[in-house]
Design a protein around this ligand. Structure first.
Ligand SMILES: O=c1ccn([C@@H]2O[C@H](COP(=O)(O)OP(=O)(O)O[C@H]3O[C@H](CO)[C@@H](O)[C@H](O)[C@H]3O)[C@@H](O)[C@H]2O)c(=O)[nH]1
Ligand SMILES: [Mn+2]
Length: 731
């Protein structure tokens, strides 16, 4: 130790160029003020055309302007983090804390057990002392196939972990590793391990396809008897099985080294008791694990997020264990990354700018949101502990008592902690553990932790720490975003609302950032207005923007071009492509037209007590056919849905308006003055048509199964026509 102790375990650097950015942002804001001024001063009088349309546009521009101000918060004070793992290792080699890893799965049909096992294996193989590592799988599907798969994985782990350590394998998800075709692929060891993996793969896939476990296995393992009283996914008792007891002397791999503890849990579910989805699952895990391993650090992971870096635990610990600055850090969030992103990311799943810009800014204001997966927590803070200046963390807890218990006794003693009545009349879900009742249990829990005085850290290393599976159809993407938008919106009205409760508890910048995401749903209205009304007004010749020759045209042009150029530059800086940026714009438009509208409506109806929260799980497997189109970056529509009807109608409406104007220009029906007055609207409408090109293709040209169904074509055509005709006649 000695002088080493003075060296920090992590360092923080401020982003460069923030002064320049602030000046730039100042000029844009000036432009926005001028736009507002122009709108207010030029409201048409009662007799003139377009008074209400104009006032509506003023509303939309006021909204966009204020929203833009909020989006500046995450750009104001960006910071980057760097860790020194070697220092951690030399200093704490023998005193590393226990780490419990929670993997959640819920449905073997859309979350294939083999994928889940790859995630489990990747984290079991972390470069971390095995006796301090425990992996828990929560199975909300209560599926014996998943249990069987985990049993298979526990056997394979005895070979896989020593193989990873011997050859310094990376990544440690076997499927991802074999897909890489590593250099070792000629060696005997490689062939042997690959064979073992393929055997396991076959057995798991077979069981999954048949929905049944091989009979001899059922006899051999007592764990299966727990399914005897099982009636359905939503009606069964607690199933708890310690598959590897890391404390037992015989839990060793083929090299004789110790194995991490591995536990399967399907908490009790009864139709009459709300189970609170993933939040409920995590809380059950927190309690159950406290009896078994009680690790001081908890990593929560979605079942598709395998570890892509075997040293991530060490990275996270550098923050928690830093002697000087670690004491107030409650959680360390890694970005969400995916293994199945195509070059131009057609559904914009990476959320590049949020992950590579926003979250660094949030970190500068006290810490990023907790986004559910790839996040390390202190057990105590996740359980609701408040921050105080003299909080001290003891890293070497004495928990030898558990070794004395026989594992069966331990299981029986622990089961009641996962029963569905355990939480009655307790603070679980309210002040302890993950918070219930919000579709984004993660974000609201993170906020409540921050409100208790804790900080969080965003760590975005060069090599991705985790890789998951992004949705590969448009409708999955839109439904996922509906859940997020709805959840973030509800956070604004929740008990720990950034609007009032968080005042004085977290920084103003962080509160503003919560608003950026929380206000996604209401954003739909001004966006819809902007993408419908100016286009319709083209048909009637109602001019809504200053003429090109007027000096007032300048602030409009400046605000729009500056913000788009800046957005493109940011996107490219985040290693995106130009096409990727266009895709990103399209997806934002589509989300605003659908996900956010539905999120808004559902939130209101939930507040009025008409509906309850649900959690629609994102699929992680797909048809060959769908997958092929995804790889070719062809947008997937498929079945008809109200969301698609809205999108198609909007696209059609803009097409009609645009064609209408172009026709007038060609027929020389309009004067140059008219053209000049309408140019902004023509550009806006034209841009909307351009961005919708893939949609027109899906409506009219494509023949594959992913095109838009004929019924949507008919509906959207009729609706758009109706809108155009009624606007021209009535207005
Ligand atoms: O009743 C449930 C429902 C879901 N899950 C699990 O929750 C995870 C996330 O579900 P997914 O369908 O993949 O949702 P995503 O939208 O991809 O998840 C993001 O958003 C969620 C909140 O909406 C967070 O919980 C996740 O961590 C975050 O990755 C998966 O592992 C599921 O198995 C459960 O354990 N129980
Ligand atoms: Mn997911």
């Amino acid at each position: 130790m000695g002088s080493e102790q003075l060296n920090p375990l992590f360092e923080t650097k401020k982003a460069k160029g923030s002064i320049l950015y602030r000046i730039f942002a100042g000029t844009v804001f000036l432009g926005i003020c001028l736009v507002w001024y122009y709108r207010v001063r030029n409201i048409p009088s009662k007799e003139e055309d377009g008074r209400w349309v104009w006032i509506g546009l003023l509303g939309a521009e006021l909204w966009f302007g204020f929203y833009w101000l909020f989006t500046q918060a995450p750009r104001w004070n960006k910071i980057y983090r760097f860790t020194f793992k070697e220092r951690l290792f030399t200093r704490y080699k023998n005193d590393l804390p226990g780490v419990d890893i929670f993997v959640c799965t819920a449905n073997p049909a859309i979350e294939p057990p083999l994928m889940v096992m790859n995630t489990v294996l990747s984290v079991m193989a972390y470069d971390y002392p095995a006796e301090k590592l425990s992996v828990y799988l929560s199975d909300d599907g209560g599926s014996d196939v998943t249990f069987y798969a985990l049993m298979e994985a526990s056997r394979f782990a005895r070979h896989w972990i020593p193989y990873c350590k011997r050859f310094h394998v990376e990544p440690r998800s076997p499927a991802a590793y074999f897909a890489l075709k590593p250099n070792l692929d000629q060696t005997k060891a490689y062939a042997a391990i690959k064979n073992l993996y393929e055997d396991m793969e076959n057995r798991i896939e077979n069981a999954n396809n048949l929905g049944r476990i091989p009979e001899e296995e059922q006899f051999n393992h007592k764990g299966f008897s727990q399914w005897n009283s099982y009636s359905s996914r939503l009606d069964h008792g607690t199933i708890l099985q310690v598959l590897i007891n890391g404390k037992a002397p015989n839990s060793i791999d083929i090299d004789g080294c110790r194995l991490p503890t591995l536990v399967y849990l399907a908490r009790e579910k009864r139709p009459k008791h709300p189970h609170h989805f993933k939040a409920g699952a995590l809380n059950a895990l927190i309690r159950v694990s406290s009896k078994i391993s009680n690790g001081e650090i908890i990593l929560t992971l979605d079942c598709d997020m395998y570890s892509n870096n075997s040293l991530s635990v060490m990275d996270a610990l550098c923050f928690f264990m830093d002697e000087e600055k670690g004491h107030d850090i409650a959680f360390v969030q890694f970005p969400q990354n995916f293994e199945n992103i195509t070059k131009n990311d057609i559904y914009s799943s990476l959320l590049r700018v949020i992950m590579d810009v926003d979250f660094h800014g949030l970190d500068g204001f006290g810490g990023p949101l907790y986004i559910g997966t790839g996040c390390f927590h202190r057990r105590d803070t996740l359980c609701g502990k408040k921050f105080s200046k003299d909080c001290k963390f003891e890293w070497t807890r004495n928990d030898d008592y558990k070794i004395q218990l026989n594992i069966e006794e331990l299981e029986e003693e622990t089961k009641p902690l996962a029963s569905c009545t355990y939480e009655q009349n307790t603070k679980w879900g309210i002040e302890m553990g993950l918070i219930y009742g919000c579709p984004v249990e993660d974000v609201i829990t993170g906020l409540s932790i921050q409100c208790k005085g804790w900080k969080s850290v965003y760590f975005n290393p060069e090599r991705n720490a985790f890789l998951g599976i992004a949705p590969i159809t448009l409708s999955e993407t839109l439904v996922q975003h509906k859940r997020w938008a709805e959840g973030d919106f509800q956070v604004l009205f929740s008990k720990c609302s950034p609007a009032w409760y968080a005042h004085g508890k977290i920084s103003l910048g962080l509160r503003m950032a919560y608003f950026v995401y929380g206000l996604w749903p209401p954003n739909c209205f001004p966006t819809l207005y902007y993408s419908i009304v100016p286009s319709l007004c083209l048909l009637k010749g109602i001019s809504l923007f200053p003429q090109v020759s007027s000096p007032w045209f300048l602030p409009f042009a400046y605000v729009i071009s500056a913000s788009y150029i800046c957005s493109l530059a940011e996107f490219l800086w985040c290693r995106g492509t130009i096409l990727g940026w266009l895709n990103d714009q399209r997806i934002w438009l589509y989300k605003r037209g659908t996900s956010y509208v539905f999120a808004f409506i559902d939130t209101i109806s939930k507040m009025l007590g008409f509906t309850n929260s649900t959690f629609i799980i994102t699929a992680k497997a797909a048809d060959e056919d769908v997958l092929k189109r995804y790889e070719k970056e062809i947008m997937e529509f498929g079945a008809s849905s109200p969301m698609f009807t809205i999108l198609a109608t909007l696209a059609m409406l803009n097409l009609f308006c645009f064609v209408g104007v172009v026709q007038k220009v060609i027929m020389k029906e309009i004067s140059f003055r008219f053209f000049e007055a309408m140019l902004s609207q023509i550009i806006l409408c034209g841009a909307l048509v351009l961005i919708n090109l893939p949609l027109y293709q899906a409506l009219f040209l494509r023949k594959d199964k992913g095109k838009l169904p004929g019924s949507v074509t008919v509906k959207s055509f009729a609706l758009a026509l109706l809108a155009c005709i009624s606007f021209t006649l009535l207005y």
